[in-house]
Design a protein around this ligand. Structure first.
Ligand code: PEP
Ligand code: MN
Length: 298
């Protein structure tokens, strides 16, 4: 059985604690995150989301509003995301808001709207799940489940995600170390789900000028530590739409496998995170730039 005592476990104890489904990886890794570790698993994992391959060398962009708001607006956003060159659609139906008085998302009622937006646009959909009991109903519609920053160490949720038959976008806790993040992925892996993408979304800093401090150092660092793909969310990372494209391009230059970006056809009408939403035009121009950067690096 996995325990939370890995930080004090010896390598021997770790291999004994490691789950049985990947014994060859468990015994060849000296890292506490034995299944996520690149040691003993040198080839990169490619995560496939609704037919879109992430981690295969071509950056993938997930774009869409912070929240699913109405049927018309999510369809409009999906068509705009596709026209701008994004391959996947995002949109939260369960929103982890700091204040209980802020818009909380449509909940389960938002899922059919996401499904309709997928049908209209052909883009697979990514949406957040906040509690274990919701993993099954959300997985029935979503092509990838997002675990948000505030839930990175919700261990029952991580285990439930590990039993889901869907890829997981695991966001970094805003005060989590990289080792804690890798160990969070280990909870999912140890339940048998190896389709995980790490998503850097900024850590809390001392400077109120931006929402968070986008830690792009983690991108090349994770590439040495884990075989799993890494994406970057510059939207929550900086919290300001005007800075998002530059940091998206920088993330790709640092080696990220893709981006998740908040885009709204009418940013000032967003029901959540309006300040960081970019327009479809800004998204299209950022995608053109990341394609040039990524081609230059190949
Ligand atoms: C989101 O992507 O909608 C979100 C809430 O992000 P985070 O968990 O990174 O704050
Ligand atoms: Mn948001």
């Amino acid at each position: 059985m996995m325990t939370a005592t890995h930080d004090s476990a010896t390598p021997d104890e770790r291999s004994r604690l490691a789950p049985s489904q990947h014994p060859e990886e468990a015994i060849t890794s000296s890292a506490p995150y034995c299944l996520a570790s690149r040691e003993g698993h040198p080839e990169k994992t490619i995560v496939t989301v609704g037919g879109v391959r992430i981690g295969g060398g071509v950056p993938v962009v997930i774009a869409g509003p912070c929240s699913v708001e109405t049927e018309d607006s999510i369809i409009e956003a999906a068509l705009a995301a596709r026209a701008a060159g994004a391959q996947l659609l995002r949109g939260g139906v369960f929103k982890p808001r700091t204040s209980p008085y802020s818009f909380q998302g449509l909940g389960l009622a938002g899922l059919p709207l996401l499904a309709r937006a997928r049908a209209e646009s052909g883009l697979p959909v990514v949406t957040e799940v906040m509690e274990s009991a919701m993993v099954e109903p959300v997985a029935e519609v979503a092509d990838m489940l997002q675990i948000g920053s505030r839930n990175m160490q919700n261990f029952p949720l991580l285990r439930a995600a590990g039993r889901a038959n869907r890829p997981i976008l695991l966001k970094r806790g805003f005060a989590a170390t990289i080792e804690e993040w890798l160990l969070a992925a280990e909870y999912i892996l140890s339940e048998g789900n190896s389709q995980i993408i790490f998503c850097e979304r900024g850590v809390r800093s001392f400077d109120p000028m931006t929402r968070n401090l986008l830690d792009l150092t983690c991108v090349p660092l994770l590439a040495t530590l884990t075989h799993l793909p890494v994406m970057v969310d510059p939207s929550h990372g900086v919290g300001r739409g005007d800075l998002v494209p530059a940091m998206g391009v920088a993330a790709i230059a640092a080696g990220a496998d893709g981006l998740i970006v908040e885009m709204h056809p009418h940013p000032d009408q967003s029901l959540s995170d309006a300040d960081q939403a970019i327009t479809p035009q800004a998204l299209a121009s950022m995608i053109a730039r990341i394609e040039r950067v990524s081609a230059a690096l190949r």
